[in-house]
Design a protein around this ligand. Structure first.
Ligand code: PMP
Length: 426
């Protein structure tokens, strides 16, 4: 047979995988996307082409003025060569200006700022820098992680050989767990509190849309100082809040917080730039140095024209106006969906609690379903409506599902009509 070799040997590439990566699944959102792609032909055939409420990404174009600027940067001398993992000085300076103007926080552009290839990248590399990889859970370094929370935290912590200990975000604690309670609980379960290296805060939160007052950040800063723990604040949604709401805070507004905080910001969601991969970290010099050191083994920085465009986005009125306009669009979309779910019989109390930030909604699954996974699967297979089961965000997500509210109004209406016709009432 052509192409066959004379000696037959069996290869087993998976046997070569690192213990940390053997038997690991791909990120949940990519798995959902794959499943949707598989089902698309049959869904289309029955008039149920997928309506994706699963994606945490804006569907509109970035601001026009931003795109115009970007085109000009492409012809600047030296623009096409390597940048550095920390980012160009002009980008770091724009970050410092933004932090001052938006939060009243002073950061040194040279030592307290690092560019990120999206905040997902930054978070994963901070975890890698903090965690000494181990396989045995009771021996692993611990990072306290919101549950429900952004699924990538757990994935990236486990991928770094660490242990992600869930902090329950529940209505009973106003979605703001007392970190000392969490420490007591993990100790009672046999974990050593001295192994806790960091605590992740994410307000406004994915998937809940919950926000935090400065007083909560003060409490966590005091806790972290007492125990020598790094605060990792994920502010991916800081600019996404509805009319009349106070602008979300940065943890760095708390006096002294910069001694022990690194905060990741993202340009993805507010400016419709999810594919561009740009964000930034700000905070204490040692944590920024650690991040830059890990990154220097992985990436060589963001395309300089994108950094130029990012600097423009962070400092231009046109981009601020775009964000404000999109927040109005998301609020209107949310109102439309609330009205739709009211029609479908969702309990009034759950509709009254919809968030005033982010572009997500988090609703209970009708009680007749055994699990949120069953509900999400049936909704996809029968109606082509793609939502994310709550357990994708942690064990405390059982009984709920997450929807993003980024689709245009006629598609949101189609979601409700299909659910009504296909029997997905509460
Ligand atoms: N943090 C949270 C809470 C998110 O929801 C996301 C994206 N879904 C990210 C970080 C990562 O965003 P990016 O990498 O695009 O900046």
């Amino acid at each position: 047979m052509s192409g066959s070799s004379s000696s037959v040997s069996t290869v087993n590439i998976p046997a070569l995988y690192s213990d940390l990566w053997a038997n690991r699944q791909e990120y949940i959102m990519f798995r959902i996307a794959k499943r949707v792609a598989e089902l698309t032909p049959s869904l289309e055939a029955k008039g149920r082409a997928p309506l994706k409420l699963s994606i945490g990404a804006p569907t509109v174009e970035p601001p026009e003025a931003f795109l115009e600027q970007f085109k000009q940067y492409l012809s600047e001398p030296g623009i096409h060569t390597y940048s550095t993992p920390r980012g160009e000085p002009f980008f770091r300076q724009a970050v410092a200006t933004r932090m001052q103007q938006r939060f009243g926080v002073t950061v040194d552009a040279n030592t307290e700022v690092c560019s990120l290839v999206g905040s997902k990248e930054g978070l994963a590399h901070i975890f890698r820098g903090l965690i000494t990889p181990r396989m045995e859970p009771t021996q692993q370094d611990i990072i306290l992680t919101p549950d429900p929370g952004y699924a990538s935290y757990v994935d990236a912590i486990q991928g770094a050989g660490g242990f992600s200990y869930p902090m329950a975000l529940l209505p009973e604690n106003d979605y703001r767990p007392d970190p000392e309670d969490v420490i007591r609980q993990l100790q009672a379960e046999g974990y050593d509190p001295k192994r806790v290296k960091a605590i992740i805060l994410n307000y406004p939160s994915n998937p809940l849309g919950a926000t935090a007052p400065l007083a909560y950040y003060e409490k966590v800063v005091a806790f972290a100082r007492q125990r020598n723990i790094l605060i990792i604040s994920d502010l991916a949604y800081s600019e996404m809040y509805f009319a009349g709401e106070a602008a979300p805070h940065s943890v760095l507004e708390v006096p002294g917080a910069k001694d022990l905080t690194i905060e990741c910001h993202s340009l993805s969601k507010p400016y419709s730039l999810t594919g561009w991969r740009i964000g930034f970290a700000v905070g204490c010099k040692p944590a920024i140095d650690l991040l830059a050191s890990v990154k220097s083994t992985v990436d060589s920085g963001i395309f300089k024209a994108i950094q130029k465009a990012g600097a423009y986005a962070l400092t231009s009125q046109a981009c601020d106006d775009f964000v404000a306009k999109m927040n109005q669009v998301y609020e209107a979309n949310q109102q439309q969906l609330v009205e739709g779910f009211r029609r479908l019989g969702w309990p009034e109390a759950t509709l009254k609690q919809v968030p005033r930030a982010t572009f997500y909604m988090w609703l209970p699954v009708p009680p007749r379903y055994a699990s949120c996974e069953t509900f999400a699967t049936e909704l996809l297979e029968k109606s082509g409506v793609v939502v994310v089961p709550g357990t994708a965000f942690g064990g405390n997500g059982e009984g709920y599902f997450r929807m993003s509210i980024v689709l245009p109004p006629h598609e949101l209406e189609e979601v409700i009509v299909r659910m009504e016709n296909d029997g997905f009432t509460y």
